[in-house]
Design a protein around this ligand. Structure first.
Ligand code: ASP
Length: 439
């Protein structure tokens, strides 16, 4: 049995947290490959080391004095090292990092040092080999992840190695510069390592006991999700559930390795299992609800639109040319609505309108902003009659006006558009009907 274990920033924020992590790793012999994040927040007003590094680098890149900020970062590591009673020095590394800052090695380089240093400390503490992610995680020239090269390099490097610490979040470009994934990207590294070593399980340790059915900032004490499929998770994380980086599922999913989200501060909790498929019946009809604000709807009307061949394509072409992703496209006989992110649309609004007039000569174009989208997700919806009926009855009872409905053909999710002001009441209404009332 081989497990890859990834620990997030709050799990490695202090010496005390490091001790919990070591206990977890030592509790099972199978926990052989460890992927750490940089030290995160120790308390809610604290700053993550990654953010400290970005800020410090920005000061350095302007040619200003960055000593104070740099020393703050050093302090974070030395506090951990001392707290663990370790006999190691990172002075040489700090010197090299400083030189990199002065030589403008880039923001990615700067941010990556958080994981690099934390990996070194953790490896020393565990007595595991340290493997620099720059040896094994590769990016292409254009900055995209190079899966093939990474897989070969990782397999080769890890061959014959019993136990190792591989820092998360970054890798190397063909020209040897350091490149990071997007924020939270250590989750992706963990997944890549798990796939490369054909792990039995990818454990992702964080500070919550897995996914919750709904956002706890909106719903009081929501129930946990014990088991979720990759597909359900993809829907939920796309819509804002943020426990795991959304790209982290691809490497393990391809090779059928499950992910277990676990809580470093409550290791006995079962957490959430993320699996390809399962025969386990979910406790409720819905697996989860998530949502996002900040959408705009562009409603296009044209008489006899239905008879015009290529209408939809011509509409979408305008969005494509302006590099705007479309989220949904509900349509009527003579109307078509395109739902896009407000932030993407706003700066190019007039270009899009002009493009639509040129391309499809609509009768009316009408724009509605401040829309929220809610995804109600559940593999059990397929076999349960009346799910949509219950959702809309609950929304009607709560006086929520539904502006858009979209059910995927997989019957895995129902997407509902409501005004941003009605976002929280809508989530509450849906949660209550399925979870509190168990209907
Ligand atoms: N340390 C990085 C961040 O704060 C990456 C990670 O923690 O996964 O985004």
């Amino acid at each position: 049995m081989v497990k890859v274990v990834k620990f997030g920033g709050s799990s490695l924020a202090s010496a005390e947290q490091f001790k919990k992590v070591a206990d977890i790793i030592h509790a099972e012999d199978s926990r052989r490959f460890v992927v750490p994040s940089a030290p995160g927040k120790r308390f809610s007003a604290d700053t993550k080391v990654t953010d400290m590094l970005y800020t410090c680098y920005d000061v350095a890149a302007k040619g200003k004095d960055f000593d104070d900020k740099f020393n703050e970062i050093k302090k974070r590591y030395y506090e951990i090292i001392e707290g663990l009673g370790l006999d190691i020095s990172l002075e040489k590394d700090f010197e090299a990092i400083k030189a990199g800052f002065i030589g403008k090695a880039g923001r990615d380089f700067a941010a990556s040092r958080g994981e690099f240093l934390n990996g070194k400390v953790l490896a020393a503490y565990l007595g595991y080999e340290f493997i620099d992610a720059a040896e094994v995680i590769h990016f292409n020239d254009n900055g995209t992840f190079d899966a093939a090269l990474t897989d070969t390099a990782m397999k080769e490097r890890l061959n014959g190695i019993e136990r190792a610490v591989i820092p998360g979040f970054y890798g190397v470009m063909p020209n040897d510069t350091i490149k990071t994934f997007s924020r939270g990207g250590s989750d992706i590294t963990g997944s890549i390592v798990a796939a490369a070593v054909s792990a039995d399980l990818y454990e992702n340790w964080t500070d919550v006991s897995g996914f919750l059915i709904a956002d706890p900032r909106i719903i009081d004490d929501p129930a946990p999700i014990r088991t979720i499929t990759y597909k359900e998770l993809r829907e939920l994380s796309y819509m804002g559930a943020t426990v795991l980086h959304e790209d982290a599922i691809f490497p393990v999913r391809k090779v059928g390795i499950p992910i277990n989200i676990k809580n470093t501060n409550a290791p006995e909790d079962p957490g959430t299992m993320i699996v390809e498929s399962t025969s386990q019946k979910p406790e409720f009809t819905i697996t989860g609800i998530a949502g996002k604000k900040g959408f705009t709807v562009i409603n296009i009307e044209k008489e006899l639109m239905n008879a015009e061949l290529g209408f939809g394509r011509k509409v979408l072409e305008v969005f494509e040319k302006n590099e705007i992703n479309f989220e949904h496209m509900p349509s009527g006989i003579d109307t078509m609505s395109v739902i896009v992110s407000q932030a993407e649309f706003e700066p190019k609004e007039q270009e899009v309108l002009a493009g639509l007039h040129r391309n499809v000569k609509p009768d009316v174009i009408d724009i509605e902003t401040d829309l929220a989208l809610i995804a109600v997700v559940g593999r059990a919806m397929k076999s349960n009659r009346g799910t949509a009926g219950r959702i809309f009855a609950a929304l009607a009872h709560s006086n929520v006006n539904v502006k858009m409905i979209d059910q995927g053909s997989s019957e895995l999710n129902i997407i509902i558009g409501v005004s941003e002001a009605e976002f929280a009441p809508a989530l509450k209404a849906i949660y209550d009907i399925f979870v509190t009332a168990k209907l």
